[in-house]
Design a protein around this ligand. Sequence first.
Ligand SMILES: *Cc1c(COP(=O)(O)O)cnc(C)c1O
Length: 706
Amino acid sequence: MTQLELDIFYTPMPDRIVRLRELAYNLWWSWHPEAQELYRQIDPDLWELVYHNPVVFLREVREQRLDQAAGNPTYLQQFDAVLAQFDAYMQLMPTLSPDSRVIAYFSAEFGLHESLPIYSGGLGILAGDHVKTASDMQVPLVAMGFLYPQGYFRQQLDHNGMQIAAYQKIPLVNLPVLPARTPAGKEVVINVELAGRLIYAKIYRIQVGRTPLFLMDTDIHPNNKRDRELSARLYVGNQELRLAQEMMLGIGGVRALRNLGINPAVWHMNEGHAAFLGLELLRELAAQKVPLEQAMQQIRASTVFTTHTPAHAAADAFAPELMKQFFWRYWPQLNMGPDEFMNLACKELNLEPTFSMTALALNLSNRCNGVSKLHGHVARGLWQWMYPGKRRDEVPISFITNGVHSISWLAPELRQIYNAYLVPEWDKQINTPEIWQGVYDIPNDVLWSVRRRLRQHLIAFVRNRERQRWQRLGHTPDYWPVLHEDALTVGFARRFASYKRATLILRDLDRLKALLTDPGRPVQIIFAGKAQPADDIGKHLIQKIYQLSQQPEIAGRIVFLEEYDIAIGREMVRGVDIWLNTPRRPFEASGTSGQKASLNGIPNLSVLDGWWAEAYNGQNGWAIGGEQQFDDQEEQDWHDAQLLYNILEQEVVPLFYDQRDAAGVPGQWIDICKEAIVTIAPQFSSQRMLTDYLEQSYDPIITGNA
Ligand SMILES: *Cc1c(COP(=O)(O)O)cnc(C)c1O
């Protein structure tokens, strides 16, 4: 869009600060709180009202407020400093040519900021963090995904705690997106044939620091009404729609990049959703008359596949009939017959043959990885059948443990402390373990007072959200306020998938109530999370927690926050005292929310699953149970719940409350907080993760040592 077009949408702006518009169109601001401040300070109420969306903010803001800012020397000083920082950052753009170095990263969802709701959970947040990190590390990466105009659903709870899912169409002009353009300046529309008809998608671009994120939108002419809705929502239940989305992502995504003049050397499929990209590469080679076997070799040598699913049932798979309906016209273009095609990915699941997206991706890539050490092992077992004659440990699936984009999740108050006690420029080398030793030098009372302030900040945030909810429901609860500012606060926030066992801590209500209502040493719990709209079990778990939170004895001590998203996640991983995770081992492939908490000095209390199985060292948090696995789920849940209560009663609560010095600082508790930061912040950062991908996957492909 040209400046002229932009003017149509915006409040007139004094020239002196007109670059606020440019800044709004680069998500660099999303991990630079000082850049967000430039908007917030102009009108703090409006900033909250537009949910931290600079694009909408600049359209809604009153002219007079902008004039005031442009005439305020203190503001202008901050403005100049942030813009200088932004310019310095953007000067170091990695070039996207030669193509021989470019990495294309495909994902069905990207979680970058709460104002861009094109993510549902951990997978999307991971992809968002991957892209931000590529930008920070100047890796020549381009990302490809979907622009879901209705995004993931918004969650509300009714009087009974029943989850209500609402979809809202987000106007494109509210998002920091611009049409993607070819080197010659043309907009890009691609098409893919789906079950006999052509579906068109327009390609948009979002700038994430130095990294472009391309997003497809099918809500365009000449698609018919149904096809226009194809990309409307994330993770639809309908298999046919889902298959159509994945064909658009994989096949359409490759076509989009070619149209944009980008010819990547590396193709990274983040989860099986993106696996059709390999088919499209195969089709391209077939069109160039490359023999099938050679084409397969070539594709395998240039693709990377990351699997995130530790169970067959959770992996994407389609019925052969459906595959036939959508792909029969594609087979000849691949030089393949139906059987050959199905063999690329078919397996028997409960005696039903299905076309597995994970199997397809494994078949189309030499470089496959799980997302934690334990998950690598689990994945090798799960997919061993595809490699006849190989032992489990020979199955070619390695692991690269997930990490988080530290600066996005770190509380600014703690960042200041780290600035004071760690080496200069520590944030440029987050993955270096040595720099974190400086954390031991932070005086206990300094760290404790920040942790208290962050808890109080979170509680204020929760009360505000609760107040808004009660207003909406037109009802005043007979308890108020919720939560206690000095009480030990447990956090649990994640998707309400049943394997995550959100209600494990409710297993023995008497023991739980004793913990919550101990007058001298009270415990309180904040829950948040969405269940998939079609997941009745997940919705029931939410309702159970909600209803318990309304019982007179417990009211105000357990809160279920609705509308879990990046904003709530960010507040919670900064503000609670302990981070609870109770998955049914080994179904948590990695998990990342606990990494975010640790970075903020919050110890984990978690089942030894996913990343925690390799991070826990006996001093940096607590492990619920060991590796013991019961055949009976009920028995396992009961056993794990008992261990959880034991740890809370015998270790967590006494350390938090009883071991205080004269100034009220719990020294041994703070020791654990520090240990969590020092051992987890470097190793589970996305800088470490992306470095692993570069060393193990991307670079060998780029240098031809695949
Ligand atoms: C980090 C994060 C997740 C992932 O949480 P897990 O506990 O790893 O499943 C999901 N949603 C949001 C909003 C997050 O920030």
